[in-house]
Design a protein around this ligand. Sequence first.
Ligand code: FUB
Length: 319
Amino acid sequence: MSTKPIITHLFTADPSAHVFDDRIYVYPSHDRDIDAQATDEGDEYQMVDYHVFSMEEAFGPVTDHGCVLHVKDVPWAAAKMWAPDAAKKNGKYYFYFPAKDKDEIFRIGVATGDSPAGPFSPQPRPMKGSYSIDPAVFVDDDGQAYIYFGGIWGGQLQNWVNGSFDPDAPLPEGSQPALSCKMAKLTDDMLEFGEELKDAVILGPDGKPVSAQDEERRFFEGPWMHKYNGLYYFSYSTGTTHLIAYATSESPYGPFTHRGTILTPPQGWTTHHSIVEYKGRWYLFYHDASMSGGINHKRSVKMAEITYNADGTINTIDP
Ligand code: FUB
């Protein structure tokens, strides 16, 4: 496993990796090299644009394709261009990103392009009914695309439990069921939710939805979906316990049974990942704050190979 950042000329985080046209493309957040005060709302993460990166060989040289989208080009967005993702359908590329709108509410936008390396042109409005952060789009073998998204605390997921934005909504506590990541099919044109949003429920060892106090298993932010041997793997950050955990299901809708930890805490507060298959091997992309000496909002993307056991469990990586 490599312990070095794969991108060293910029600070980058939240890497979403995909194989398009026989190359690995990485769609990360672009952390800024600025001084900023950390808050529970994540006010230190003041990103304004995105770059796309690609590589021909795992752990090989990385090409920076430059800035592919800037907040000033998105009519509805004002700030905090956080963790993005990308997808391909019918030869077109779709770039999904969260940003705060002019009322300081997170929404999810889509931008489209003809190349996986961008640039991407944003839709004039965010996805209808979208909120919170960290979109992850999974295209199943039959071509149907699904979006998973959400993040608690600064990601505002807790502010939407009654269908509209409530700035004072409390988080569930103790033995109450934890908040779930949201998910839905996408429309055929990939631009909107194709059905009512649903909960991606995670079940604990007792077969019941995990509770808010189960901070080693409950969803915090940074969802990802991949399929291995016909099984759907839903993985995510546990936030306060800094793990990348995973849970599996026979269906992209879940419920997902918690199976373990993919990545133990890296340096820095946040942890965020993606998983991709390339040339028959599976890779984890993640970030840490080692290149900045531990500054939480100056992170760097890394990669590692992951391996599966015969029972479908993933061997834990200790960064
Ligand atoms: O990069 C900003 C936020 O930090 C992301 O949206 C979260 O997943 C966390 O990594």
